[in-house]
Design a protein around this ligand. Structure first.
Ligand code: IMP
Ligand code: MG
Length: 185
């Protein structure tokens, strides 16, 4: 699994979280999730937010031992780098009907909180039994809208990070580690 270690390109400052640390932390999160949902009657609905969550979702879901269903949504957000308008729109909904299920939103990173607060509100309005969040990275200093996270991978400082699903203009998404970008001048 860990054979490929792409070198840092000159737009990357440093590796912030290496592959082994990621792997260990994802295993810990999976254990917590297995424990928390061990007694539910219906399978747990994992809902990944595309595209950034796809690698975290793949690793996390394969470590779950409880019955679960994997699904995805796509949203468009104007809260990209530079802008903070916080508008969120659902572009692609889940295939599954979430009503009557415990839902775990799987997200790459919590920044301002607009994406997750929108999704929590939207899914809570659908007759779900519960809506909780598993977030790989959290930038606490960037929060604008308060969001409760039940399962958190790592806290990071206010820097732009890439790898493990996260991109900068579609670049670096498939790096196996989390790297910090050098800000553009
Ligand atoms: P929020 O709605 O402001 O919390 O933004 C969350 C979204 O912004 C994430 O799902 C990412 O797509 C994107 N994002 C925020 N910070 C970063 C970063 O450092 N690298 C890559 N994407 C980021
Ligand atoms: Mg995202």
């Amino acid at each position: 699994m860990n054979a490929v270690k792409p070198p840092l390109t000159d737009d990357l400052a440093r590796v912030l979280i290496d592959e082994d640390s990621i792997s260990r932390r994802v295993s810990e999160l999976a254990e917590e999730i297995n424990e928390k949902y061990k007694d539910i009657e219906e399978p747990l609905m994992l809902v990944g937010v595309l595209k950034g969550s796809f690698i975290f979702m793949a690793d996390l879901s394969r470590r779950l031992t409880i019955p679960h269903v994997v699904d995805f949504i796509a949203i468009s957000s104007y809260g990209k780098k530079g802008a903070e308008r916080g508008e969120v729109r659902l572009l692609m909904d889940t295939r599954e009907n979430l009503a009557g299920h415990h839902v775990l939103i799987v997200e790459d990173i919590l920044d301002s909180g607009s994406t997750l607060s929108y999704l929590i509100k939207t899914f809570n309005a659908r007759g779900t039994k519960s809506v909780e969040t598993a977030v790989f990275l959290d930038k606490p200093s960037r929060h604008v809208i308060p969001v409760e996270i039940q399962f958190r991978g790592f806290e990071i400082p206010d820097v732009w990070v890439v790898g493990y699903g996260l991109d900068y203009k579609e670049r670096h998404r498939t790096l196996p580690y989390i790297a910090e970008m050098i800000p553009e001048k």
